[in-house]
Design a protein around this ligand. Structure first.
Ligand code: GTP
Length: 750
């Protein structure tokens, strides 16, 4: 109330560590925004000022106890209003919850169980206890101590007025250690006086209203670094700061949110990875495919299936180099590919090769492998599956296919076989199938017409296997009764007889077993062959070791047997027809057609040319014989004479009924003189033979004309010339009185 410097000083209580509002500087002088403001206001009031700067709680106590006239600036709270009256607002103040940057505190929730630093006796503490009763607080005497504690790490969060916190963090060289997380409130600072000091309060209010806004701006600018130069309304800066803070806060929250999302994502991915790792492990452990990783040539990872496939336990595999497992024939190929893959060249990812298992078996493997970089080095990772059965099946299928083609080819050969080539074709068939089946011997057996004997007619032997053909020419079927019966049964059922091991034959086959084992035979496959009448027998295959014959192929051989039988039948029929056309039905001797063929063959074919004599023989006075005894008797005589001539001549000679009662005898490699002697002997024998015809004995004679190729000029060596010459001489013999031979000799020989 007093005027001038003599007036009683106005004693103002304030915090001594509340920069930039009020604090004691290093010289012990009071400083700060509020200090400057009160200098101005005191000037308005016309009183000198004296500041009592103490700890915050004490600063209030000073006013309450009357030691100070007023409090220099504080927020009005219900608690404080019980003992203080407050002036109009002096300056606005925003209070924040600050948290340590990087501590991962994203909300008040994250502060559960942690102490939040706050100045003892402050409005903040009062506010927090009211609004956030569940949080716990650590109290500090003033803001400076509070911020020091925060910077030193005692607390990760504190509550302070924004300018104060920023000012002190700056002072302690930790401007970005903490950031505002939450705006708690924004309240104005007011001067506080005791209830009994209403007059002072009134004059303070007056002074405040009188205060030049420019003066306030200047003071604020001095203590708040972010203040703008322009004259602004009193509310502007706090609002601006609050807005900026809100933006910063938003940004920080966004960042935190993002990092939280990232953290969640990392956690999720980690969980997913753990899940997928265990899934992959389960997959690898239960996979029937071998899974491995190879570094250099050494196994580094193997799954259980690798042990199943290779037969080696895991521990052994891990000690092994990969190439040791590979079949020697495939090793260099696999190694070459591995080297190329390691050096980054392109090689097939999938290929097949063979493993040798621990037991020494060969297994086919399909490998799928790739090189991937691990710790700066290319390693091979891949899978392998055992495809042995697949390969076997494929091989069997191919073999069956090949076999079917062979069967088809062979069948075609038999379809157009003839007498002249059937033997060669049977030989080829035995060779082909013997080889294809891996047999040691292949053969064809034929039953004799009465079925009493078996004869081995064709044979093929694998290299180094001895022939058994010679000892198998007259095998009595009674000696091998079991096999014979079995063979006939198979024939009936149209099935092959498969014996994989002779030692497994039944007791009743003991003879057969000994018989076969004597020849070293331990397995056999017999294919019955039966054509209606021409042929009965079987072809078959021997193995000198027990073995399993392929049933499928054996069954296919029945087709061959069938066609072979047909060929045999056809050839037999053909032979029969041939015989019919070349023989004389009455006597069974060759006929004139055969004579022509043979003469052509022997005389025209240079390879077949040989010295040949031809005797033409005619029964004397056959007409009267016929007339006397009948044509039937004549026929019988012709038959008997034919037989006689056949038995009388040599094996290489050929007797032909030339026509009627005329015969021709062909004598190969025989000069005329030798032939003459032979014919003379024949004529003698005929003359002396008693022919029994229809119960009567008859004697006959024949006349003969003999000619030889020796007598023909080189240009005349034709069958018709030879026959013509013999015919003329026969005619000569008849003229000479019959029962004689005429050759080149001019006089008849009697
Ligand atoms: N029974 C029978 N007689 C046949 C056959 N072929 C021919 N003849 C007969 O043989 C006789 C042949 O008689 P000729 O050629 O006249 O001569 P020949 O009576 O034998 O008197 P020469 O030859 O002169 O001694 C005829 O009567 C024919 O009918 C035959 O297949 N069977």
């Amino acid at each position: 109330q007093g005027d001038g410097p003599d007036a009683e000083p106005l004693i103002i209580a304030q915090d001594h560590a509340w920069p930039p509002f009020a604090f004691t500087d290093s010289d012990g002088e009071p400083q700060g925004l509020l200090i400057d403001l009160w200098h101005e206001l005191a000037a308005e009031l016309g009183r000198p000022v004296e500041f009592q700067l103490v700890d915050w709680p004490d600063s209030i106590e000073l006013v309450r106890s009357g030691s100070a006239d007023l409090h220099g600036g504080l927020i009005a709270s219900p608690e404080r209003r019980r003992f203080l009256d407050f002036s109009e607002p002096m300056i606005n103040l925003s209070t924040f919850l600050f948290v340590r940057s990087g501590a991962g505190i994203l909300s008040l929730e994250d502060l559960r169980g942690q102490d939040i630093g706050v100045v003892a006796g402050s409005y903040e503490l009062e506010y927090l206890r009211q609004e956030r009763p569940l949080l716990s607080y650590r109290q500090y005497a003033n803001n400076d101590i509070l911020i020091r504690a925060a910077v030193s790490g005692t607390v990760d969060a504190f509550v302070a007025d924004y300018p104060v916190a920023m000012y002190l963090l700056d002072q302690h060289a930790a401007p970005s250690d903490f950031h505002p997380l939450l705006l708690l409130y924004s309240h104005p600072l007011r001067a506080g006086v005791t209830a009994d000091n209403a007059a002072l309060l009134q004059s303070v209010n007056d002074a405040l209203s009188e205060l030049d806004p420019e003066v306030l701006r200047r003071i604020t600018q001095r203590w708040m670094r972010s203040e703008r130069q322009e004259v602004t309304p009193q509310w502007f800066y706090p609002l601006l700061i609050a807005s900026l803070l809100a933006l910063v806060l938003l940004y920080v929250l966004m960042l935190r949110g993002r990092s939280r999302r990232l953290r969640l994502e990392v956690e999720t991915r980690t969980r997913e990875l753990a899940t997928s790792e265990s899934l992959f492990r389960a997959l690898a452990d239960n996979s029937s495919a071998g899974i491995f990783m190879i570094r250099g040539e050494q196994f580094e990872i193997v799954n259980p299936a690798m042990s199943t496939i290779t037969g080696y336990p895991r521990e052994e595999l891990l000690q092994m180099s990969f190439p040791r497992l590979i079949h020697p024939a495939d090793r260099s190929m696999v190694r070459r590919r591995a080297r190329m893959r390691q050096s980054g060249e392109s090689v097939p990812h999938d290929y097949d090769f063979r493993f040798i298992t621990r037991e020494g078996d060969t297994r086919w493997i399909r490998l799928s492998v790739d090189a991937i970089p691990v710790e700066g080095e290319l390693v091979s990772v891949g899978t392998c599956i055992d495809i042995t059965e697949h390969k076997d099946a494929k091989r069997d299928l191919e073999a069956e296919g090949r076999f079917s083609r062979l069967v088809a080819d062979t069948s075609a050969h038999f379809a157009n076989a003839s007498q002249s080539n059937i033997d060669a074709r049977i030989d080829r068939m035995l060779h082909t199938f013997g080889q294809n089946l891996g047999a040691d011997r292949a053969y064809l057996f034929r039953y004799s017409e009465d079925g009493q004997f078996l004869r081995n007619t064709h044979e093929w032997c694998a290299p180094g296997v001895a022939s058994a053909m010679d000892s198998l020419q007259n095998l009595a079927t009674s000696d091998i009764a079991w096999l014979d019966a079995k063979q006939r049964q198979m024939l009936q059922e149209q099935r092959p007889l498969i014996i994989n091991d002779t030692r497994a034959l039944p007791a009743e086959a003991a003879t057969e077993r000994d018989f076969l084992e004597n020849d070293g035979v331990r397995a056999l496959l017999l294919i019955p062959v039966q054509s209606s009448s021409a042929f009965s027998g079987f072809f078959g295959f021997d193995s000198l070791h027990p073995r399993t014959w392929p049933e499928q192929q054996a069954q296919q051989l029945m087709v061959v047997a069938h066609l072979l039988a047909e060929a045999m039948g056809a050839i037999a029929a053909e032979a029969f027809l041939t015989r019919e056309s070349l023989t004389d039905p009455l006597t069974g001797l060759y006929n004139r057609r055969y004579l022509d063929l043979q003469l052509n063959h022997w005389m025209k074919n240079p390879a077949g040319q040989s010295r040949l004599s031809l005797a033409m023989i005619d029964i004397d006075r056959f007409k009267p014989f016929n007339d006397t005894h009948g044509h039937q008797a004549g026929d019988e005589l012709l038959q008997q004479l034919g037989r006689l001539m056949q038995t009388a001549c040599r094996e290489q000679d050929v007797v032909i009924r030339f026509g009627g009662e005329e015969f021709i005898l062909l004598l190969r490699d025989t000069p005329l003189t030798d032939a003459g002697r032979a014919i003379s002997r024949l004529l003698d024998r005929i003359r002396q033979t008693d022919f029994r015809v229809q119960g009567q004995t008859h004697r006959i004679s024949v006349s003969c004309g003999l000619a030889s190729t020796d007598e023909l000029a080189a240009s005349d060596k034709a069958p018709e010339h030879l026959i013509g010459m013999a015919d003329q001489r026969l005619y000569g013999a008849k003229r000479r009185g019959r029962d004689c031979l005429v050759d080149s000799t001019p006089e008849p020989s009697l």
